[in-house]
Ligand binder design. Structure first.
Ligand code: NAD
Ligand code: TYD
Length: 332
């Protein structure tokens, strides 16, 4: 089997490529990635000699057609993934999630691809104060990030209904783990704590996220790719729901810092209060999460502590300017 993975120089896509090659060493992987601020070749270093890497954007028809040639499957990870950046400027989000996804769908159809998996998010359902989202819950995105991801998902469904392309969608909850860009809550907290910087907590810090370890999400995606029913959506949520302030306090404990580093800051506009995802449908295909949040967090903190050469160029590069814009103060 030959699979095109878009966006695999990022956090989850690179974990997915490793999961695939671990379980099916003979599989051929083509990676198409634009290498935005979040995409890094070194995320694929361990498997570099086992993949074909193409630098290009999913909204570039020629680049996609070239990369997809001869592929049986497509897994579309490519995305702008940070809600706060989408609030500042939505353009790249609409371009990648809507236009780009449409281009990959067209190319998949033209190339006779057998399976198209769209990687999506629980954020398309919006916020839920009580209860749990299922695949039948209405789509009510709150942020430009989630609205454009929802647009991409709807185009995927349209290509299934209109053209008969065999599509599946896998919606994950908040991921954490190795190689996540430090703009996201968990790695931001770890790196700030290691450096003794304050930790910005939005609003009252009681928003709840349903954390899933990145390797568990990667395995869920692979399960849906191989065994999901055409045209269907599958949710993959983590084993725990944790208020942000609790997650931050656990990281402080693991890094030996005290709670005086916590700094409550202005809330995110339109901030979703709680995400909660039922994974019964993907569990029905035999998947279940393997990593407990407490264990996964220890391993994640250890990885960032031991891998300064991975994050130092980020913290001293584009991220510094972003941090200053976002938090109104310099990093460090
Ligand atoms: P990431 O920001 O770490 O990586 C995104 C990758 O996509 C980068 O390598 C980037 O260079 C590439 N990319 C961006 N725009 C592109 C374009 N136009 N063409 C080609 N490549 C492009 O993101 P991530 O956290 O790994 O998220 C991957 C996918 O998983 C996204 O679709 C996201 O919506 C989804 N998702 C993420 C989470 C999460 O918690 N991070 C949860 C559920 C679903
Ligand atoms: P984030 O990691 O950005 O993921 P998402 O917005 O996709 O859920 O944020 C996780 C939660 O942490 C979310 O409720 C926003 C909150 N948060 C903070 O309190 N402070 C921060 O500096 C960041 C980046 C996020």
């Amino acid at each position: 089997m030959k699979t095109l993975i878009t966006g695999a120089a990022g956090f989850i896509g690179s974990a997915y490529a490793r999961v695939v090659l671990d379980s099916r060493p003979e599989e051929q992987l083509v990676v198409l990635d634009k290498l935005t601020y979040a995409g890094r070749r070194e995320n694929l270093a361990e498997i570099d000699d086992r993949i074909e890497f193409v630098q290009g954007a999913i909204e570039d028809r020629d680049a996609v057609r070239e990369a997809i040639a001869g592929c049986d499957c497509v897994v579309n990870f490519a995305a702008e993934s940070h809600v706060d950046r989408s609030i500042d400027d939505q353009d790249a989000f609409a371009r990648t999630h809507v236009i780009g996804t449409g281009v990959v769908l067209d190319a998949a159809r033209e190339a006779g691809v057998q399976r198209f998996l769209q990687v999506s998010t629980d954020e398309v359902y919006g916020s839920i104060e009580e209860g749990t989202f299922t695949e039948d819950s209405p789509i009510r995105p709150s942020s430009p990030y989630s609205a454009t991801k929802a647009g991409g998902d709807l185009l995927v469904s349209a290509h299934f209904h209109t053209y008969g392309l065999e599509t599946v969608i896998c919606r994950g909850s908040n991921n954490y783990g190795l190689r996540q860009y430090p703009e996201k809550l968990i790695p931001l907290t770890i790196l700030n704590a290691l450096a003794g910087d304050s930790i910005p907590v939005y609003g009252d810090g009681l928003q709840v996220r349903n954390w899933i370890h990145v390797e568990d999400f990667a395995r869920a995606i692979d399960t849906v790719l191989l065994d999901g029913a055409p045209g269907e959506v599958y949710n993959a949520g983590g084993p725990v729901e944790v208020p942000n302030i609790e997650a931050v306090k656990r990281v402080l404990e693991l890094t030996g810092r005290d709670e005086s580093l916590i700094e409550y800051v202005r809330d995110r506009p339109g901030h979703d209060r709680r995400y909660s995802l039922s994974s019964d449908k993907v569990r029905g295909l035999g998947w279940e999460p393997r990593t407990r949040f407490t264990d996964g967090l220890v391993a994640t903190v250890d990885w960032y502590r031991d891998n300064e050469p991975w994050w130092e160029p980020i913290r001293s590069g584009e991220y510094r300017a972003y941090y200053e814009r976002q938090y109104g103060r310099a990093l460090g």
